[in-house]
Design a protein around this ligand. Structure first.
Ligand SMILES: [Zn+2]
Length: 243
């Protein structure tokens, strides 16, 4: 009996400690940007920054927009969404580039937070917009449906450049090998390229979307995608599409 009481007391103490620890756990910066302050527009407007010789972050806090400058212009990855599109375009200028330098806008997948700015940025730059067939369909569907809370449909880019698994995209001195990595959506696009740190090359993978959506079939695709990525040799840098 005594032993049982002691065990119960210990159990309670552990539960309390776990509870306290649960409350005390500091929120990660990613949680702050993606959850707690997801709608705090001014908070999201972080200064652009350079990560490698040829990689800049120009997006808001919760979703990545990346620039890969080459000898023949810029490859942009994703485009954020309103109300951040002017902010993203200003950031491109603030890190020293011209919007007209953007030659390709690569869309990681067909969710609005990634493609939402692409129509306007394409208009300002003349860039080609690149996605896989499956997610061009998603983008077209999004443009045909009413927006959130019955608002107007989002502005979507017209189907432009369609790529597939195994294609390569070359701009100037940069070649990106493209992958179809379904799971998060049917047409997640990823790209393998080289980043340089003070001239030293590192193999990088921009991965177009992780967590699966859409039931068991999508989850199985996500597992297969994860295994494919795990088997890719020599990747040193993962370029994230969210904070
Ligand atoms: Zn998504």
């Amino acid at each position: 009996m005594k032993r049982t009481t002691r065990l119960a007391a210990t159990f309670t103490a552990i539960c309390l400690a776990a509870n306290v620890a649960g409350h005390a756990r500091a929120e990660t910066l990613s949680e702050t940007y993606r959850v707690t302050r997801a709608n705090d527009v001014e908070f999201q407007k972080i200064a652009p920054f350079k990560v490698f010789d040829n990689l800049y972050h120009v997006g808001p806090g919760y979703v990545g927009v990346w620039l890969i400058p080459t000898t023949a212009g810029i490859i942009m990855i994703d485009s954020a969404q309103e109300p951040y599109v002017d902010f993203v375009m200003d950031n491109v200028k603030n890190v020293g580039f011209d919007l007209k330098d953007i030659k390709y806008i690569m869309l990681s997948h067909g969710h609005l937070d990634h493609f939402g700015g692409s129509a306007r940025i394409q208009e300002a730059s003349g860039a080609r917009v690149v996605a896989l067939d499956e997610d061009w369909k998603m983008i077209e569907d999004a443009g045909a449906r009413p927006g959130r809370n019955g608002g107007p449909s989002p502005r979507v880019p017209k189907r432009d450049m369609v790529v597939k698994d195994g294609d390569t995209l070359t701009l100037g001195n940069t070649t990106m090998k493209l992958y179809h990595h379904p799971g998060h959506t049917p047409g997640v696009l990823s790209g393998e390229f080289t980043v340089f740190d003070n001239g030293k090359p590192h193999k990088a993978l921009w991965q177009g979307g992780g967590g699966s959506r859409g039931g068991l079939a999508a989850a199985e695709q996500a597992v297969e995608t994860t295994n494919r990525i795990a088997a890719m040799p020599g990747i040193e840098v993962l370029v994230m599409i969210h904070s």
